[in-house]
Write a protein that binds this ligand. Structure first.
Ligand code: DSN
Length: 385
């Protein structure tokens, strides 16, 4: 195939770099890494190597430096989250979820999670990992009739009593408000609570969102590249030494990952250090920018979702109902033609995911690139006309 050569590959990469570098990226699940996490931390010899198993107990030779860095990285996150286990081997948040959902003991096989239209992630729902691979029977939390972007906590408590789940999963992908961790823990002292922090990990890390362990969660899964500006990857944190730790860790290795993409590890540790030393106000700026943007959009007449009497959002996300503008698919395409990248998103009342009612906006990358709420608002307003 003479039209597919090295020059072709190089040119497409260069075109994408130039194009995405010139757009305003508002995809809520993406970010760039902190500028300090430069190539030396991410593109290095580790990207060619294997190291199965735990640090200092590998199945490969040649691992003394990744042993050192991986154990320091685990120690750093254990210290930060005051927890017993920090496993940095999941290569994504979805893999972290797979390890936890398959590694937790199976009783009656039932779990309760947030539904897809109310914001739950695909891995939490029956067409995804939790049922398709882990064989769990999924029940969904009810939503609050006055604000369907929030959980109906009394209804959730009744559902837990009725279903007696093996565990519940809090946290979601369309994520505007804190989850009722404390309320559920108070009612169910023995219930295993998994908190999927993929979207809000950087906000929790920066102390700008709820603190799941302090409120009663047992396990946090997350990805390390959304509001946490690190390399693409995942993490599992477990609060205390519990009987399920071994099941989860052995589900991960040897159950799921063989190699865990070693070059992520120095970059992850570097991102955590950069957050703690150079970007201590990053989480605060992200949350403030999303709040301000949601107010500007609402004042300009856009249908901003999630208002709870105080705020539209407590996270990096702003969600718009764009049914009257043609629906989420049409509006997201229109924005892309104007150089703004967002994703269409199902809203709680949607039945179809093809042209759902909403778009989801995340400001975390824009904040890192120096944008303020007004500037994002002006660009959106012009592009949405
Ligand atoms: N599906 C991604 C999102 O929330 O955009 C995360 O895996």
């Amino acid at each position: 195939m003479d039209n597919i050569d090295l020059e072709y590959v190089r040119s497409v990469v260069a075109k994408n770099n130039a194009w995405r570098g010139s757009t305003l990226n508002l995809i809520a699940s993406e970010n760039v890494m902190f500028p300090e996490v430069s190539e030396e931390f991410y593109c290095n010899d580790f990207m060619h190597r294997y190291a199965e198993g735990k640090p200092f107990a590998r199945y490969y030779n040649g691992t003394k430096y990744i042993d050192e860095l991986e154990s320091k990285c685990m120690e750093y996150f254990r210290h930060k989250f005051k927890c017993s286990v920090a496993n940095v081997q999941p290569i994504s948040g979805a893999i972290a979820n797979l390890a936890v959902f398959s590694g937790l003991p199976k009783g009656n096989g039932r779990v309760i999670t947030n539904s897809l239209p109310s914001g739950g992630h695909i891995t939490h729902n029956r067409m995804g990992t939790i049922t398709r691979i882990c064989g769990r029977e999924v029940y969904n939390f009810p939503t609050n009739p006055d604000n369907p972007f929030k959980m109906d906590v009394d209804g959730a408590v009744r559902l837990v009593e009725e279903v007696q789940p093996d565990f519940i999963v809090l946290g979601k992908s369309m994520f505007l408000h804190p989850e009722p961790v404390r309320e559920i823990r108070e009612k169910f002292p023995e219930l295993t609570i998994v908190y999927d922090a993929a979207h809000v990990f950087g906000l929790i890390y920066g102390g700008e969102f709820q603190q799941p362990f302090q409120e009663g969660a047992d396990i946090i899964t997350a990805s390390t590249h959304k509001t946490f500006p690190g390399p693409q990857g995942g993490i599992i944190l477990i609060r205390d030494e519990r009987s399920f730790v071994k099941g989860i860790e052995s589900a991960l290795f040897p159950g799921i990952v063989s190699n865990h993409h070693l070059h992520r590890i120095p970059a992850l540790l570097a991102a955590a250090i950069a957050y703690d030393t150079k970007h201590t106000d990053y989480g605060k700026r992200v949350v403030e920018t999303a709040q301000k943007l949601s107010e500007l959009l609402a004042d300009a007449g856009f249908s901003v979702c999630g208002y709870d009497g105080k705020r539209y959002t407590y996270t990096h996300q702003v969600v718009l109902d764009v049914r009257e503008m043609g629906g989420g698919a049409l509006v997201a395409d229109k924005l892309e033609r104007s150089g703004i990248i967002v994703n269409k998103n199902s809203l709680p009342w949607d039945k179809s995911v093809i042209n759902p009612s909403g778009i989801r906006i995340g400001v975390q990358e824009a904040v890192l690139r120096g944008y303020g709420a007004e500037e994002i608002f002006e660009k959106l307003k012009i592009a949405l006309k």
